[in-house]
Design a protein around this ligand. Structure first.
Ligand code: V47
Ligand code: SF4
Length: 367
């Protein structure tokens, strides 16, 4: 293996890497330093080194399908172009049989995971959300169900009058296997008040993931960046996630989400490619204890997502098939990618593709 010194011109980066190797987590100042260095290739080298220490030269992907049962949402976050209010054009709510049809189609194409998230519907009863999970598990017992963000879990708890723990236990009993990481946005409360005043607090988001982990439900975590936040807000967000991971070990993957402003009430320039790549690298190093970093190609676009595999990401998420949240906000990436395309993206950066299941068990290694 090549010595890091020969790949890095900013020698402070090597020191930060060695600090991690000695078992010391990176501080807020360290995280900011990583963002501010001009040595972008050096940053890639140390992030990639940590990535390979955890995952070797492998890059994961899953054959999955995203299903968004409704876009009606009582929250109406300023950054969200997906949600609608009842009566607005473009609003929809899927029946159980429509959900089942989408699932059947995915199953026939070899899906191993359903990723289910949606709006907070103004009048669906709590039981409907449970029924979605129960029905899918009954019909496709072999397919993993990754469903409902912490924001939805909090909503279910409010509309049912049950505790978060009881809601999660009931969902688990119905067939829920894990939870996605959405809804974290950025933990800075002042910015949350502007971006998503109706949304649960950062503390509540963390508490719901803590409860899920306690019940043995693995979850992912996310950060929405490229809107009103500072670099300090980003690094503080990552450190809060790392602390929960130290406590529970329940996060499987971190997914940085690059903000798409089109059709939203937040008028900003989107993040640049370099900012996206730096964010992948900084996340890999600050979240040294989270096993996987996802380059979510839907948001990054295929090109940056592929380069992210050289900046510390080891997972391309999946085939996805039909994506609504980012495409409502102007994403120009395709709606889905074939397995063949994902394999090519990974092989072209000199890494080894691994088809995984939702819990990162290896289904097939494409040596
Ligand atoms: O929670 C909403 C974000 C999230 C916009 O856990 C936006 O495996 C960018 O969480 N621009 C949903 N982002 C996506 C998500 C996710 C995706 C893939 C994998 C996993 C996982 C999780 O998308 C929302 C919100 O944070 N979002 N609007 C927008 N305009
Ligand atoms: Fe609703 Fe989620 Fe969109 Fe906020 S981000 S409006 S909670 S669907």
């Amino acid at each position: 293996m090549q010595r890091l010194e020969s790949l890095v011109s900013d020698k402070n980066l090597v020191e930060l890497y060695e600090k991690l190797e000695r078992g010391f987590p990176l501080s807020l100042e360290d995280g900011l330093y990583l963002y501010e260095t001009d040595d972008i290739f050096g940053l890639a080298a140390i992030a990639n080194r940590w990535c390979e220490r955890l995952n070797g030269n492998f890059v994961f992907f899953v054959v999955n399908r995203h299903i968004n049962p409704t876009n009606y949402c009582v929250n109406r976050c300023a950054f969200c172009a997906f949600s609608k209010t009842r009566g607005e054009p473009g609003g929809y709510e899927l029946t159980l049989s429509e959900i089942l049809d989408k699932a059947k189609e995915a199953a026939s194409e070899g899906a191993r995971e359903f990723h289910i998230v949606g709006g907070l519907h103004p009048d669906w009863p709590y039981e409907y959300y449970i029924e979605i999970v129960r029905l899918l598990k009954e019909n496709f017992p072999h397919i993993h169900i990754k469903a409902y963000t912490a924001v939805e879990i909090d909503y279910f708890s409010r509309i049912s009058g049950k505790s978060v723990e009881d809601v999660l236990a009931e969902l688990k009993n119905a067939g829920l296997d894990s939870m996605p990481g959405g809804g974290a946005e950025i933990f800075n409360e002042e910015i949350r008040k502007v971006l998503c005043p109706e949304k649960i607090s950062s503390e509540r988001w963390l508490e719901i993931h803590r409860t899920a982990h306690k019940l043995g439900i693995k979850t992912n975590c996310t950060m929405l960046y490229g809107h009103l936040e500072s670099l300090k807000d980003r690094v503080e967000h990552l450190i809060a996630l790392r602390k929960l991971q130290e406590e529970t070990g329940g996060f499987q993957a971190f997914v940085p989400l690059s903000f798409h402003p089109e059709n939203t009430a937040v008028c900003v320039e989107p993040a640049t490619g370099v900012d996206d790549l730096k964010t992948i690298a900084v996340s890999r190093l600050v979240l040294h204890n989270v096993p996987h970093i996802k380059a979510y190609w839907i948001m990054l676009g295929e090109g940056i997502a592929q380069l992210a595999l050289l900046f510390g990401a080891d997972d391309l998420e999946g085939t996805v098939y039909e994506e609504k949240i980012t495409h409502s906000a102007g994403a120009t990436s395709p709606q889905g990618l074939t397995k063949k395309r994902l394999l090519k993206m990974i092989k072209d950066v000199g890494k080894i593709p691994v088809e995984r299941d939702a819990l990162y068990n290896r289904i097939r290694v494409y040596e």
